[in-house]
Design a protein around this ligand. Structure first.
Ligand code: KIV
Length: 289
């Protein structure tokens, strides 16, 4: 466990201790891939809250405030209803809880697709409200002009190709993409287009291994895979999936803990104690003297 926390006695909550180091930057992430080779793979996890960010920060290069928070935090059926305000609030919390990782925030559905100008307005609002360093947006070639527009105006952009969950209503589900030759070729073209437009990295989600390989070879910027094989320049998982918060385990997820069981068992023991008047005990009770 990292020792970068101290107890803030006024709140009884852990706070990160400022470290004599600078936050990683977008150019440093881009610079990890040299002549097509990434010697040190990029580590990215999602984070939605300050405390989660505090715990993940020391171990990650990038904390992604993903719009997956719609499902994970808000219990929404997809990422489609997620708003700019939700993203800004959670991104601000993650920035407050971290000091090392680059914080990237997802642009929610409907906040960027209409035009590059609309995208700039939304992205600028997100960065101003949160202090995040970059935005991520979904889509292929159709988004290239928008990415160029943002990058030329000071907003770093992470692309996202392959399975793009905001397009679930067009795709018809969350199955892996690129099963036909034509679709596979389009994913590689899309990635090239985003890299050419200035994306500093590209998430490649839910694709067959050869596509991940081709994309990673085709672009100069790092690729970050999720369900896209070990061939990418880095990896990302939704933290709650990795921790075992949900019963459903998609094929591409490796669970490093079984946290749901721990929480449920703790809640059960607490409930038993309350019902049997074992909590609070003397140790948790303010005494008169
Ligand atoms: O929203 C998200 O969490 C994401 C990752 C799964 C890449 O986009």
């Amino acid at each position: 466990m990292s020792t970068t926390f101290q107890l803030d006695t006024s709140t009884s909550r852990a706070n990160p201790t400022p470290q004599p180091m600078r936050r990683l930057t977008v150019p440093k992430i881009l610079g990890r891939k040299v002549d097509g080779v990434t010697a040190e793979p990029i580590v990215m996890l999602t984070a939605y809250t300050a405390r989660q960010a505090q715990l993940l920060d020391a171990h990650c290069d990038i904390l992604l405030v993903g719009d997956s928070l719609g499902q994970v935090i808000y219990g929404l059926p997809s990422t489609v209803p997620v708003t700019l305000e939700m993203m800004a609030n959670h991104a601000a919390a993650v920035v407050r809880g971290s000091y090392r990782s680059v914080v990237v925030v997802d642009m929610p559905f409907g906040s960027y697709e209409a035009s590059p100008e609309k995208a700039f307005e939304s992205a600028a609002a997100l960065l101003k409200a949160s202090g995040a360093a970059a935005v991520k947006l979904e889509g292929g070639d159709a988004m290239a002009d928008t990415i160029q527009f943002l990058v030329n105006r000071g907003i770093p952009v992470m692309g996202h190709v392959g399975l793009t969950p905001q397009a679930v209503n067009v795709l018809g589900g969350y199955g892996a993409r690129g099963r036909s030759d034509a679709e596979a070729a389009k994913i590689v073209r899309d990635a090239r287009s985003l890299a050419g437009a200035g994306a500093f990295s590209i998430v490649v989600e839910g694709v067959m291994k050869p596509i991940a390989e081709q994309v990673t070879q085709a672009v100069a910027c790092p690729t970050i895979g999720i369900g896209a094989s070990a061939q990418c320049d880095g990896q990302v998982l939704v933290t709650e999936d990795m921790l075992g918060m949900f019963e459903r385990v998609p094929r591409f997820v490796k669970r490093y803990e079984e946290i749901a069981g721990l929480i449920s068992s703790a809640a059960q023991r607490y409930a038993d104690d309350v019902r049997n008047r074992r909590f609070p005990g003397a140790e948790q009770t303010y005494q008169a003297d």
